[in-house]
Design a protein around this ligand. Structure first.
Ligand code: MN
Length: 248
């Protein structure tokens, strides 16, 4: 099995080393990752300049650093390696739960693989002043990959680890609404600057990704590329007057 490993924290992140080490147990591994951190870049792609990559062996692994986004890395990596069987992204330094799935470069790398019909998993772990113990997480990374490969038609999975996992749990994406606000400040030169911040307005719902991680479980959320709101589409088609139904 050919496994392409990427991330959004950059090729030198400890998380990608830990993930690549476990990936080696499942097949041939190649790392293609951004040369600098690309967190919160979501699914950005580079279209106004060419991309470059440089061979950068890591722990004896074949690895390349790219001057592009996570999605660029997966597109480039898949183009230069015939028949990639699996893409693994992460392990991100920080969770990608709920609405963060929209912002995440880690998840975008996996999504890019799904667009190329390559099954993919995004991995994220907590981030704080206390470094994550990847030796503790490694058996669970292994278990997530096994579960993923065991479920037929699984194409895109978002996995989030608690600090000390007690098991795996299938979950749905937590959707909470946010009160967005802007905190003004001033830099040492007296120039005004602004921080964007947000406050959730709802509690965490049972069975969601946040709920599982808060309880010490590895959250496994299958994702899909089709964002269509099917019930709403059906209602709109029933109500719509003079609007085409797209053949339905
Ligand atoms: Mn990141």
């Amino acid at each position: 099995m050919r496994i392409l490993v990427s991330n959004d924290d950059g090729v030198f992140s400890p998380g990608i080393r830990a993930l690549a080490r476990v990936a080696q147990e499942f097949g041939q591994v190649r790392v293609v990752a951004p040369d600098v951190e690309q967190s919160a870049m979501s699914h950005a792609i580079t279209v106004r300049r060419p991309l470059h990559y440089t061979k950068t062996p890591i722990d004896g692994l074949e690895a390349y650093r790219v001057d592009g986004t996570p999605a660029d890395c997966v597109a480039l990596g898949a183009h230069h390696w015939d028949k990639v069987d699996l893409v693994l992204s992460g392990v991100n330094l920080g969770h990608n739960l709920g609405h963060n799935i929209w912002h995440s470069g880690t998840v975008a790398a996996a999504k890019q693989a799904a667009f190329l019909r390559i099954p993919a998993i995004a991995f994220s772990a907590p981030y704080s002043d206390t470094p994550v113990d990847y030796d503790v997480l490694a058996p669970f990374v292994r278990e997530v990959i096994r579960e993923f490969l065991a479920v037929p038609d699984m194409t895109l999975l978002n996995a989030n680890f608690p600090t000390e996992p007690r098991g795996l749990m299938w979950t749905s994406q937590s959707v909470r609404h946010y009160e967005g606000y802007v905190v003004p400040g001033e830099d040492p030169m007296g120039r005004r600057h602004f921080w964007f911040a947000e406050e959730p307005q709802e509690q965490v719902e049972e069975g969601t990704d946040r709920w599982a991680v808060e309880r010490g479980y590895v959250s496994l959320t299958p994702l899909r590329l089709d964002l269509t709101d099917e019930p709403l589409l059906a209602r709109a088609r029933a109500v719509g007057e003079g609007v085409g139904t797209g053949g339905a």
